[in-house]
Design a protein around this ligand. Sequence first.
Ligand code: FAD
Ligand code: MG
Length: 357
Amino acid sequence: MTNTLPLRRAPAAKVSPKDRGPRAFGIIAALGAALTLTTCAAPLPARTEFVLGTVCTVNLYDRGTREAYDGIFARLREIESVLSANSDDSNLAEINARAGIAPVPARAETLAVLSLALSWAERTDGAFDPTIGPLVKAWNIGSDRASVPDHRTLEKALALVDRNSVSIDTKAGTVFLAQKGMKLDLGAIAKGYAADETARIIRGRGITRAMIDLGGNIYALGEKSRGKAWTIGIRDPETDRGSPILSLAAADLSVVTSGVYERFFVQDGKRYHHILDTKTGYPVINDLVSVTILSKSSIQADALSTATFALGAKKGKALIEGLPETGAIFIFADRHIETAGVVPKLNMLSDRFRITQ
Ligand code: FAD
Ligand code: MG
């Protein structure tokens, strides 16, 4: 679950002609044949599939053919098969399994995403760290085995979170984790990579208007119509109903949110969310409920949404202010909202929240 959503998305078809039975299909086919005499085929409606551990919807507003959708979702499944920290046979799992033993040949996707993740680890002084795997496994947040780990388990996991123990040999194309038990987890950044890849494939097909939503990791490609941007909503952090509290106009822009309410569990009346503090081993505690990043690069937006949340508002804002063409919206637990960097006009949809600076 996440809290960014494209508003006014074209309705997805619930049933394909193939699934409607022979009679309905016959009528549609005949109608279709008649229409093709006078018009071009209408693009197919949005497609939604469960991939990357989440619900992914792609809506191609022109030239949305079956082949185009097939190609996009095949690529998303390929990215999952390489970068998943949850499967035993991904490239990431191979690298993790050989930690402390030997370097492992890395796929191009792994090298690209890991290199960028490590550069953000450096720039955030380790608040964002792709070697977070042992800590993520200790908490199991998002699974039905989630529980507060004991002190010893956390200590052991924390000792294995170390960005300086990752060696990338670009010439040999390998990755080596120096300590046994280390584990890479690219969950904070890989959906952004996948969104950029989706946008690249779409543009490569000459499609100029599309909405990509990979579990709330949004890429608004092109414009909704000539001279008119898409409208993206930022979800209410206090409800799971999905109603937006504000909206903004976006064209060729990725909008990515990290928050405390996306993945969490409750134990003994206390909530534990999934963005982890690399110093304490516990979920990050600060005054934020979410950070939304706006960038033309979805991988940057994904990395930065998690990184700025982990850094907290003060350091997070300073990081964003130093970056070109990047904006951030910080929503605080006391219901005030602050922005940093390049943020378009925000349209408030809720009177419970207020923008201050
Ligand atoms: P983000 O804020 O973008 O990322 C939070 C996630 O980053 C955490 O869940 C954790 O994995 C990691 N993280 C936590 N703290 C830090 C930190 N300080 N620094 C760096 N990283 C941190 N989910 C499933 O339940 N089952 C699956 O099989 C599954 N497969 C996936 C396969 C792929 C390729 C990807 C990209 C994701 C998959 N997921 C799966 C989802 C994944 O486990 C994360 O929960 C998800 O990516 C979190 O994204 P987010 O946008 O909600 O939050
Ligand atoms: Mg992220």
